[in-house]
Ligand binder design. Structure first.
Ligand code: URP
Ligand code: ZN
Ligand code: ZN
Length: 487
């Protein structure tokens, strides 16, 4: 009788802090031993010369979701999780998106119905709060947090989603009271609306004008404001899909002052630029997302932010709208103005290989930081750690075995999502996961998908330690207890 269900033997095991050649013993889906010369497993994998990494957690994903533009994601929970695991990601956190007038509880139930029996990897949910009514803030949110939905996203732009500063303050105060992480889409709505209107008046309708309308300064202003509001309430926040120097500088300054502001960036801000929006005809729409890809100099600022710790999380913001579809990019019409194009790009499957190739193999970031950004920190930010996001005794055996020398040319034909294009067509990368496993079960093996729909399980999130307030606010008033301390 074997001691383990599975032993991964002789690989280089990498966590956010260590790199060690050792064996990994798995029993009942959990890592139970790390060491050399482990006893026999019922199944054995020889990982000599390979990297053994935690499975990635992609904490910013849109699947089976209606966008505020009326477009619908091409990916379901089935195709989205399939694509994830083929790129080394074994857990995703998509959104349950509330629209105005909808109950948050009903929204969550609707998304569960979409995911049930479909997902191939494990998944949790963030909530999108677009209608913070008294009952949402006072009853629904506290109950949902207790049920394991401990993070929510708010928007400072998009007509259908945006909160004003007062509403944002109420959400921050509720998060502080109940214990939750608040994710912020920070762009100044009126700046974008005003610029868009002027651009259209002058006939500037092409996709490249999306970049002009979503100016860097609009991201910088909203980021500054979000940090100020969060500081006022003393509530940690996480700035999502950060793209511009103007925002990165504000985050870096706030972190240096000890403010609990965390930050995420995405592949599109490292590997696409505004030039990709300026392609013939409507082609630029393939690379349209918000905030938009910026210039080469901003790409460099994003790389610096990854290297110096300004960014905590690297997510895909996978927002898969098909190019040639009236429910995708063309939701506003065939060759419509930039204002009516569905915003978002796909990236679930390429997220980790592209960062590994362009970040780790070039020496911009080390492999432990790569694991921190793609696996461990997302789990920590959203209350899934140490169950997920690391290789440690007691953690779920969510593991990806990487061939660091495998050369891959990215193309839509080799990806496993349900899209009709990838913005990274023709990009060459080195390094790709050859095996992915979820709770000890191999789901992706040497080019073959082995998981079945429904193998993935829903994950309740704990209140993340990262979401704990500092305890002292900038004004001495504790909005949770009512206490006032005069400094
Ligand atoms: O353009 C983007 N990022 N679309 C997805 C929705 C969002 O704001 O994250
Ligand atoms: Zn967003
Ligand atoms: Zn998004």
């Amino acid at each position: 009788m074997a001691d383990f269900d599975l032993v991964i033997r002789g690989g280089t095991v990498v966590t956010a802090s260590d790199t060690v050649v050792c064996d990994v013993g798995v029993k009942d889906g959990v890592i139970v031993a790390l060491g050399s010369s482990l006893a026999k497993g019922a199944r054995e994998i020889d990982a000599t010369g390979k990297l053994v990494l935690p499975g990635g957690i992609d904490s910013h994903v849109h699947v089976d979701q209606l966008s505020s533009s009326g477009a619908y994601t091409a990916d379901t929970f089935l195709s989205g999780t399939r694509s994830a695991m083929c790129g080394g990601t074994t857990g995703i956190i998509p959104f349950a998106a509330q629209y105005k007038g909808q109950s948050l509880r009903q929204t969550v139930e609707d998304y569960h119905a979409k995911a049930d029996g479909q997902a191939m990897t494990d998944y949790a949910f963030h909530l999108i709060i677009s209608d913070p009514t008294e009952s949402v803030i006072g009853q629904e949110l506290p109950a949902l947090i207790k049920d394991g939905y401990t993070s929510f996203k708010i928007y400072l732009t998009y007509d259908a989603l945006k909160l004003n500063d007062r509403q944002f303050l109420e959400v921050l105060a509720a998060a502080r009271r109940e214990g939750a992480m608040v994710m912020v889409h920070a762009e100044n709505h009126d700046m974008i609306a005003w610029l868009s209107e002027k651009l259209l008046e002058f006939g500037h309708t092409a996709p490249k004008f999306h970049r002009v309308a979503h100016a860097n300064i609009a991201e910088g202003e909203a980021t500054n404001r979000a940090i100020a509001l969060a500081e006022l309430v003393d509530q940690p926040i996480l700035m999502v899909h950060v793209s511009a120097k103007e925002a990165i500088d504000r985050i870096r300054e706030a972190k240096a002052r000890g403010v609990k502001v965390f930050a995420e960036t995405c592949p599109q801000y490292l590997f696409l630029t505004e030039d990709d929006l300026d392609k013939d005809g409507f082609e630029g729409a393939k690379c349209m997302c918000s905030p938009p890809p910026r210039d080469k100099a901003n790409q460099e600022f994003v790389w610096q932010g990854l290297a110096d710790g300004t960014f905590d999380v690297f997510s895909s913001d996978h927002a898969p709208y098909r190019y040639d579809s009236p429910t995708g990019k063309r939701v506003g019409g065939a060759d419509t103005s930039f204002k009516k194009v569905a915003n978002g790009v796909p990236g679930l499957e390429i997220r980790m290989p592209m960062l590994f190739s362009a970040g780790v193999l070039t020496g911009r970031i080390d492999i432990n930081k790569f694991v921190a950004l793609c696996c461990t920190n997302p789990a920590k930010m959203y209350g899934l750690y140490p169950r997920k996001g690391t290789i440690a005794v007691g953690a779920d055996a969510d593991i990806a075995i990487w061939d660091a020398e495998k050369k891959v040319t990215i193309s839509i034909d080799m990806l496993h999502d349900d899209m009709d294009y990838t913005p990274y067509e023709g990009h060459e990368v080195t390094g790709w996961p050859i095996i992915s496993m979820v709770r000890g079960t191999i789901v992706w093996n040497d080019g073959e998908v082995l998981a079945k729909p429904g193998d993935g399980k829903f994950l309740r999130c704990d209140v993340p330690a990262t979401a704990r307030p500092r305890g002292t606010s900038v004004h001495g008033f504790n909005p949770t207890s009512g206490d006032y301390i005069k400094f």
